[in-house]
Design a protein around this ligand. Sequence first.
Ligand code: HEC
Ligand code: HEC
Length: 350
Amino acid sequence: MLKGVAVAIIAGICFLALRHGPAAPVTVVHGSTPYPLIVPPGFPSTKLFDHNPRTQEGFQLGRRLFYDGRLSKDGNLSCATCHQPFAAFSTYDHTFSHGFHDQFTTRNAPALFNLAWVTSFDWDGGINHLEVQPLSPLGAPNEMASSLPEALAQVQADTAYHRMFKAAFGTDSINSERLLKALAQFTGSLVSAGSKYDLYLQGKATFTSIEQSGYGIYQQKCASCHPEPLFTDGTYRNNGLSLNSELDIGRMRITGASEDSLKFKVPSLRNLLLTAPYMHDGRFVNLHQVLDHYTKGIVQGPTLDPLLKKGISLTPSQQEDLLIFLSDLTDYAFTRDPRFGDPRFGPPLN
Ligand code: HEC
Ligand code: HEC
């Protein structure tokens, strides 16, 4: 009992500290197995788990929750319905994703990987921490159409979860803070850094002259907004799409500032082969269309990024080389990683 109270207090302090500043002691519950995140070579450090120390048990709990349809109103829509592992956790081949009662989402579901290095979420950056991110799909009437209390009630009704919460957090108390922390332990663990490009940087693979040329073209023409190693700078920009501000005003929805009108988060270029269609509204079905946009489709406007005022010039052969390089950013091992799959199928949990 006392131990439970202590854990709850420490967890509460961590949660408050997360939102209000000062560093709190990092505590791993006695009996749980520390599972520190291995930062890939060349990646910056991450603070995501400073106040939510990753453990095997917390990660496995988060994984189970991520694949559990009972978190939604009709019991069918899990996080993984829209964030599918084989599509690098985006929605395969869908402009918008199907939510509750077959309503559609209003934006293209982003792929989920390397979130431990992301500091604001969604296409407009409306969410500022991975731990609170699930509140948005849980409550959205066109997504999971539920609420945190309803989702908690579902989870509390399953005795298997009591065991899992106890293993992860020391007591079997199932509360919103723990549910959100466990989900973040899973989503924050989706590290993708095993592409041919990564192996090349580590000296474990070689590039042909075409790949080398594509890499150079990327560095010259794309890296200012999509820089290595994450292939995004995490900023919000208008990349010249033809847009209707009444449909989606982008970043301005959050800041209210007219200079943010029609700006959207720069997405990563990793795993593009797995995440079509492209852009916040999924308007481009393949990468040829994306390059056509940058070379000859840029629409001028007051918030267009200055870097794109004249479009990007690429000869047909440069485009081919660039596309080969972009395909080298695909991490097939990531989508097949058994740690990230649905725990009800495949090998037993480790
Ligand atoms: C019905 C489809 C759907 C479901 C279910 C869903 N998502 Fe999403 N998710 C989306 C869409 C669409 C966005 C983009 C929202 C936006 O930009 O406004 C998104 C955005 C995100 C992001 C932000 C990624 C980034 O790079 O900014 C994360 C993280 C995320 N979802 C995790 C989850 C988790 C965890 C769950 C389960 C609790 C979940 N999602 C359930 C469709 C869904
Ligand atoms: C001025 C900044 C900027 C430059 C330069 C730039 N991009 Fe982008 N890129 C963006 C922004 C912003 C988006 C998201 C726009 C949206 O969805 O509304 C984006 C989206 C994309 C997407 C869609 C990815 C997805 O997951 O939906 C691809 C692919 C892409 N860019 C490729 C490139 C390539 C290739 C180059 C170089 C030829 C390039 N970009 C240059 C800012 C830029």
